[in-house]
Design a protein around this ligand. Structure first.
Ligand SMILES: [Zn+2]
Length: 859
């Protein structure tokens, strides 16, 4: 009896674990283990394909029902959750035989792909079908339902043959939060019959549209930086499975036809082997045949490049997979007029279904070649690593473990290994301290992805970029980086792994406690302490102080928590918050300091919790507004109030200490907004303007600076009587699609506190520039004499950048004005330059560009 109970319990526990890994319903279906007829989509949804835009909960209901009906050929997995807690679904579809030994197949497949086992023709192919990374491109997710149904039903010989030969990983919606935003919009405007008029409200989405995710990030730029849960879940599955083919379904403008890759040959990432491009072309012949049969229009090899490796169709290409981008003309709603006649939602869905099948057909037909190419890819990469004069990269940090660990965790997510230095090293004049420095050897499986992620290229064969031309990860994280040609001899044996950091609890009874400002988490911990009512001061200068461990040195910016000023119960709060953030606190025993100000000095300035208004709404660049929102929460620990620009004149500005103007078009702001902002700044407000926001502040005389506008700078690019065919190339030269520059900061300025070095990599994707101020102390950062770090920029622009300011800040009345024309928190991973934004939130009142003593000693 007891044995039986024990046995049952074990089974139950095992099943429970399974349910955790997969879904609760998958577990239920395993218990049932009986195949029934798969439900038709309309039976679950209540409407037929294209009649309404499916919501994500309806996709989930359908996929659960479908998986339950076919437990022997499907496995539904919840691979993550979005910011808004929608499940990220992946349906694995395979033949009964393959599904029964799925894990063994995966292991053998990985071994072959990685060159650890001999080629095995009996292994099935792994094909990834991913839909709707852009939420308002709904034909993909709506098609995914039909594709899944047909594959699970497997009535046709072709469907049966596909499942015999391939494991299919089907992700019906890569961006459920964005998709639901758009589905709600499209559905709420549909009446009894669809309105095709492009001016009908249904076809004109509000701000922010459904394309990006919850924080308004473009998830199809996040395959490399992995700032969002949707991307991390996806990349975990990619690395877990290494599919040979990855299909990425999108939509383009309503007047388009259909695009499938190959894209523009000259605009592939240089790490993409020719063979991958060739295979993309071979699979394309299957798409073309399917389109031809139905006499549908389409195009290839134009637009949509594969250069930036953070896109869904490029990321696989540098890892031995064939990534394919599909772009269907969008009905953006249920029916819309186009130059090709009325385009119905149903038509767009049907074409995505057609291309899903042609992908499967082409991939299965080319199975052996795809499998061999993938294995060969990693053999070739190993060979390239062998002859590469560069052995690897050393990266290091100066006292910011959080930033370094975030970088190493990102590499680990991409299956890139890093090894700790066990001795100090000096490379090219840079010091790399052991314990704070890591070596990333190129002789590892991800050779090509590392080359792409660390690239500092500034010369390109084609200067036109669909997306950015540089993204160098160590620059985004502001780490010291050196390429080295000999492997360091003092290295840890084990690659870096994430581990939980613990700090010993702080002791009661000190005169004051000090929090160093260098760690990326320090501002977030500061915000938590301020929210709990602690009184904190920031030191404007470096100092030393007595502690139980002896005299310790503290850099400018250090946050000092004087015991004598704190409210009741504060010490428990301090202990709790410190344990939560795991950052060290120093216990200072006396207010008298050996070097620098004593702790009661006026050079220790009060720090308060900022109340932030972020202008976000129609006219603003939603991507940059979203990056500010996301970064303020993550780097400063504060959720800003998001306020639409047209409401500025109607609200109580006195509630806010800070107003942030992201890039955008401010032409709708009139005299009223201008006057309100001027008096708010005069009364003590801190205004931050970036790009278009900075330009508006300068035009209105709030920012005392001269702006070189993009349109004026573009006139510097020589046209030399071009032929009409050179139009695109010329436009490419006039853009800064996205490049990285070196700025030199005044480290003694409060806006630069906590930064490890005067040289800071900054990201620029607009030629617009600020000229250095003629006033003293206003130009906090300027570009270096050789400012180009990575990416394409026309030489005419580089010459202008050399003489421009990267960060201006000045006093205005009792307020402060801070401006830059770079994007300080580009794609969320530019956490290095993000420190300037954070400092502007906590330390703006710590600087004053008016004459010293002007405020009087009595104030
Ligand atoms: Zn798209």
């Amino acid at each position: 009896m007891s044995t039986l109970v024990f046995g049952m319990t074990r089974t139950f526990v095992k099943t429970l674990l399974g349910a955790l890994v997969y879904s609760a319903l998958c577990w239920a279906s395993q218990l049932a283990a009986a195949e029934t007829l798969p439900p038709k989509p309309a039976e679950i949804l209540g409407f037929s394909s294209g009649q309404w835009h499916v919501r994500h909960d309806q996709i989930e209901s359908y996929f659960r029902a479908l998986a339950q009906s076919a437990p022997n050929t499907t496995r539904l997995e919840v691979i993550g959750r979005t910011h808004e807690q929608r499940p990220l679904l992946q349906l694995v579809i395979a033949s009964e035989k393959n599904l029964a030994q799925l894990e063994q197949i995966r292991q053998r497949h990985l071994a072959v792909a990685r060159g650890e086992a001999a080629f095995d023709a009996s292994l099935p192919l792994v094909i990834w079908l991913g839909y709707g990374v852009h939420g308002n491109e709904s034909s993909g997710p709506n098609a995914a339902i039909e594709v899944a149904y047909e594959l699970v039903k497997a009535e046709s010989d072709e469907a049966k043959q596909t499942l015999e030969n391939a494991i299919i990983l089907l992700q019906p919606s890569l961006n459920p939060d964005g998709m639901d935003r758009f589905a709600l919009w499209a559905n709420m405007h549909q009446g009894t019959s669809p309105v095709a008029d492009p001016q009908h409200r249904e076809h004109v989405e509000p701000w922010p549209n459904g394309r990006p995710n919850h924080y308004w990030f473009d998830l199809n730029r996040d395959w490399l930086p992995l700032q969002h849960p949707e991307s991390r879940a996806r990349i975990t599955q990619f690395q877990r499975w290494l599919p040979q083919v990855l299909a990425d379904f999108h939509e383009m403008g309503t007047d388009g036809t259909y695009f499938f890759q190959p894209g523009i040959p000259s605009r592939n990432n240089p790490q993409t082997p020719a063979k991958i491009f060739e295979l993309t072309g071979k699979i394309a012949s299957f798409h073309a045949a399917a389109m031809d049969k139905q006499q549908k229009l389409y195009f290839t090899e134009e637009a949509f490049d594969d250069f930036y490796v953070g896109k869904g169709s490029t990321y696989p290409d540098v890892q031995g997979s064939v990534g394919i981008l599909f772009e269907q003309a969008s009905s953006r709603g249920h029916l819309q007029d186009s130059i090709n006649g009325p385009l119905s939602f149903k038509t767009t869905i049907d074409q995505q279904i057609l291309m899903s099948y042609s992908t499967l057909r082409g991939a299965v037909a080319l199975k052996a070649e795809l499998q061999q190419t993938q294995a060969q890819f990693f053999r070739d990469a190993a060979q390239a690593a062998k002859v590469d004069p560069v052995q690897g990269y050393i990266v290091g940090d100066d006292g910011d473990a959080t930033r370094l660990n975030a970088f190493l965790a990102l590499l680990a997510q991409h299956d890139i290994k890093a090894y700790a230095l066990t001795e100090n090293m000096q490379v090219q004049g840079q010091q790399f301290q052991h314990g704070q420095s890591y070596y990333i050897p190129l002789k590892q499986r991800q050779y090509r992805l590392i080359k792409a992620a660390f690239s500092t290229e500034t010369n390109f064969r084609d200067n036109t970029f669909y997306d950015v031309s540089a993204w160098t990860l160590p620059y985004g994280f502001n780490l010291n980086m050196a390429q080295i040609r000999t492997t360091p001899n003092a290295l840890a044996e084990q690659a870096w792994q994430d581990s939980v950091v613990k700090v010993s609890p702080v002791n009661a009874g000190a005169y004051a406690y000090a929090l160093r400002w260098t760690d990326q988490q320090a501002p977030v911990m500061l915000a938590a302490l301020l929210q709990q009512g602690l009184v904190i001061r920031s030191s404007l200068q470096a100092f030393s102080a007595n502690t139980p461990a002896g005299i310790e040195q503290f850099a400018a910016g250090t946050m000092v928590i004087p015991a004598g000023l704190q409210p009741e119960g504060w010490f428990e709060t301090l202990q709790k918050v410190q344990q939560q953030f795991a950052l060290p606190l120093s216990e200072i025993t006396t207010g008298l300091t050996p070097v620098g100000s004593d702790l009661g000095s006026r050079l220790l300035v009060p720090v308060t919790l900022p109340k932030i208004l972020l202008v976000a709404g129609p006219g603003m660049n939603s991507t940059e507004a979203g990056e500010l929102w996301f970064s303020l929460e993550r780097l400063a620990g504060i959720s800003p109030s998001l306020v639409e620009p047209q409401r500025l004149s109607k609200i109580e500005l006195g509630r806010y200490s800070h107003i942030l103007l992201p890039d955008g078009n401010y032409s709708a702001w009139q005299e009223k907004e201008e006057q309100l902002l001027k008096s708010w700044v005069a009364a003590g407000g801190v205004v931050w303007g970036q790009k278009g926001g900075a330009q508006w502040l300068a035009e209105k005389g709030i920012l005392q600076a001269k702006v070189q506008r993009s349109a004026d700078l573009a006139k510097l690019i020589p046209a030399n009587a071009p032929n009409y065919q050179d139009k695109e190339q010329l436009a490419g030269k006039k853009r800064i699609a996205g490049a990285i520059f070196a700025a030199q900061l005044d480290l003694s300025h409060p806006l630069a506190f906590g930064l490890p070095r005067a040289m800071l990599p900054v990201f620029k994707n607009d030629p617009m520039l600020l000229l250095p101020s003629t006033e003293t102390f206003v130009t906090v950062g300027r570009y270096t004499d050789k400012p180009q770090l990575a990416g394409f920029t026309s030489p005419e622009y580089v010459e202008q950048i050399r003489h421009a300011a990267s960060l201006l800040a000045h006093t205005q009345g009792r307020g402060r004005v801070i401006a830059m024309t770079d994007n300080p928190v580009f794609r969320g991973y530019f956490v290095g330059s993000g420190r300037i934004l954070v400092n502007a939130m906590f330390l703006a009142k710590a600087f004053d560009t008016q004459d010293a003593g002007g405020d009087g000693d009595d104030e």
